[in-house]
Design a protein around this ligand. Structure first.
Ligand code: SF4
Length: 168
């Protein structure tokens, strides 16, 4: 089946491990609706139905937290999560806003190798802001992250805002 350029570009953003399956399901939906081509409307309809991605939550701010892989060996992440749940410290500014935490993951180890791919995947879920966890910023039992600027730049080049800090 033919795909419009816009729909094709949108398909390329679907995570590779579900892309083939998604393509088949979208084409089946298009056929059922008597379409000769997959356009962006049918793509979005299928995306909402099969992937649970709803594009209409425009008033919701979607957030993810990236934390240090080394520190995660000893930290279950409770400080970050409690600060988010209570909208404290770096999450205080969301107090009167609708916010959802849609990702909480470690960087994957120096030099933050997982961050690019996971941010890319979360962009399919309308990720708006990534918080760099406090463990990446401060010296303590562990040294502060020497790759922080690199990680931050990588996220920003994907057009996602970065906030430094979570619960400190
Ligand atoms: S890249 Fe930074 S945040 Fe990730 S494990 Fe290394 S020191 Fe920790």
């Amino acid at each position: 089946m033919k795909w419009s350029e816009e729909a094709q570009k949108a398909l390329e953003k679907v995570p590779f491990f579900v892309r083939r399956m998604a393509k088949k399901a979208i084409e089946e939906m298009a056929k059922k609706e008597g379409k000769q081509e997959v356009d962006i409307d049918i793509f979005n309809k299928a995306k909402e139905k099969y992937l649970g991605i709803i594009n209409k939550k425009e008033d919701v701010i979607n957030i993810a937290i990236v934390r240090c892989n080394i520190v995660s060996e000893t930290c279950p992440g409770v400080g970050c999560l409690k600060a988010f749940n209570d909208r404290r410290v770096h999450f205080e500014k969301y107090r009167d806003k609708k916010v959802e935490l849609i990702g909480f993951f470690t960087c994957g180890g120096c030099s933050g190798r997982r961050v690019h791919r996971l941010v890319q995947t979360l962009k399919n879920y309308d990720l708006h802001i990534v918080h760099l966890a406090s463990c990446m910023l401060f010296e303590g039992d562990y040294p502060k992250c020497p790759f922080k600027e690199l990680i931050k730049k990588d996220i920003e080049t994907q057009e996602v805002e970065v906030v430094e800090g979570t619960h400190h």
